[in-house]
Write a protein that binds this ligand. Structure first.
Ligand SMILES: Nc1ncnc2c1ncn2[C@@H]1O[C@H](COP(=O)(O)OP(=O)(O)OP(=O)(O)O)[C@@H](O)[C@H]1O
Ligand SMILES: [Mg+2]
Length: 229
């Protein structure tokens, strides 16, 4: 399995008065080439689950193997390396740096790899072209429309050519047509052989023909298989 979680828990603020059990003994296996939709009410643990799959943090307990790498009980330094190698993460609130240009934002993950500005720009140009953003290359990201910003966020997730794409509510700020455009893009990435995990409440996302599976998170637990809508 490309993504394999076994008895995974995540406790925020452990031992403190504001302790939260965001995931409670979760088991999830995702095969290469799947496109999985994670549904669930606000606060149910979707972002937490995606953050573990996305190697943003490791579980409090349990076993998590992502792309054959064991990420449970791993020093943060290794987690960062695995994240760079394996994951393209599209954040719920984009996580773009406002005063930088679209090109600079998209190519930012290449800087710690020591890649030269010329090569960074070349790689960035390819993605800007792919996502219809060439004419926005030198714009500051705070000058983009919502749809453009979401496309830029997906482009940035792809800059390291990762096998796994994790997208947290990628259509939350978009209207119907733009939402469909975004899921179509994610489905195209699946067709390229990547594995896609996307959280959403949006029926345009869960009902997309490219989706191979829908899972439901409730109060930190994954519900019994609800299959495909
Ligand atoms: N950094 C944090 N510190 C403390 N508690 C947190 C933290 N992040 C999330 N939580 C709590 O963990 C639980 C799960 O949060 P999470 O963000 O995973 O939910 P979600 O399903 O993504 O919600 P939404 O649909 O609103 O994005 C919530 O009760 C939340 O308040
Ligand atoms: Mg969330």
């Amino acid at each position: 399995m490309l993504i394999d979680l076994e008895a995974v828990t995540k406790i925020y603020n452990q031992g403190q008065i504001n302790q939260v059990s965001a995931l409670r003994s979760v088991r999830l296996a995702v095969a290469k080439g799947e496109m999985v939709c994670v549904q669930g009410p606000s606060g149910s643990g979707k972002t937490t689950l995606l953050s573990i799959i996305g190697c943003i943090f490791s579980p409090t307990s349990g076993r998590a193997t992502i792309g054959g790498r064991k990420i449970s009980r791993l020093p943060d330094h290794f987690l960062t390396l695995y994240r760079r190698e394996l994951i393209g993460f599209v954040f719920q609130n984009y996580n773009m740096i406002d005063h930088l240009t679209v090109l600079e934002n998209i190519t930012l993950p290449l800087i710690p790899l020591g890649i030269s500005p010329r090569v960074r720009e070349k790689k960035g140009d390819l993605l800007l072209e792919k996502f219809g953003l060439r004419h926005r290359k030198k714009f500051a990201v705070n000058q983009l429309s919502g749809g453009e910003l979401q496309r830029a966020a997906i482009a940035r997730a792809l800059i390291n050519d990762p096998p796994i794409i994790v997208a947290d509510e990628p259509t939350a700020h978009l209207d119907g047509i733009l939402s469909l455009e975004v899921v179509d893009m994610l489905a195209a990435l699946k067709k390229e052989g990547r594995t896609v995990v996307v959280s959403s409440h949006d029926p345009i996302v869960s009902g997309h023909p490219g989706m191979t599976r829908i899972i439901e998170v409730r109060d930190g637990l994954i519900m019994p298989n609800i299959g495909k809508a």
